[in-house]
Design a protein around this ligand. Sequence first.
Ligand code: MRU
Length: 348
Amino acid sequence: MDPIRFEYGVVFLLDQRLLPVEVKYMECKSWQEVAAGIRDMVVRGAPAIGASAAFGMALAAKQWSSVDSERFFAGLEEAAKGLKATRPTAVNLAWAVERMLNVARTQRGVAPREIADILDAEARRIAQEDIAVNKKIGDFGAGLINDKARILTHCNAGALATVGYGTALGVIRRAVAHGKEVHVFADETRPYLQGARLTAWELHRDEIPVTVIADNMAGFLMKQGKIDVVIVGADRIAANGDVANKIGTYSVAVLAAAHNIPFYVAAPYSTFDLAIKSGEQIPIEERCETEITHFAGRRIAPEGIGCYNPSFDVTPANLITAIITEFGVIEKPDEERVRQFFAEAGHE
Ligand code: MRU
């Protein structure tokens, strides 16, 4: 099931708000429609919103391809700003938009129509690279998963959160492909239920055994000796290895440390923000309070109460056993290790 499909001039976003009940795509012919799709959670997950934004930029280029060069570039800048403003935490979004803008800038003087074609090809490249990168992450991560492992994951870092295959779930898929038997415990992931709705759905479709638990059960399962390893994705990783991911990830990391359970993060280079020193500087999105006060469209909390809904939290690097990337594994991440690792990989 592809979360993003594309044809020249049209992007189809699998409407993840409807899953697992209904499989329906939202058709986008303008960057504004893609931006609305990202903002409203039609598409979600750091790499998936990055790739969607890249296609949004390609659509913007097509929208303005018949104007003069100056207006064309002004239009691209406007789309870049609008797309980047949709969701603040996952850095893949800004990464993909900047990559598209940089490609366009190198073509100044070329006819806008031609630049639009070049940007269409670049967006497709970003999408294809994402799948290849996830498979490499899977290859490096699979070695860390033992046969018969009972794995806890949080949120959805699967095919649905990427262009395909997944990061954390990509590691699990690769371990299974290598013949390992695993059992996945998926935190339901309040309040948006990415675990219960999306992770459970895609693992079940792949016939990977999965059990959904409410978030507040993870500690008890660990205490009972029912979890061998935790693996999650990431939305932004600071230079010192601090990881922003779905709200609740930090609690799981603390629990894993208390029970001596390895805690792995699987994420591509595009999720690293080496311009910021620590997780303190990562902007945390706050989403609307109805995600908490309402359930399935019905109010479940009294009227007039306070409500706070941060969508992400930051897990400090010292709680992370290792970060699995497409270039290899960063064990016990800290600023020195992270910077040295990417310098050796040729990315500074
Ligand atoms: O709010 P969401 O659903 O976009 O949050 C997604 C997550 O937090 C994922 O764990 C993260 O983006 C990694 S996806 C490979």
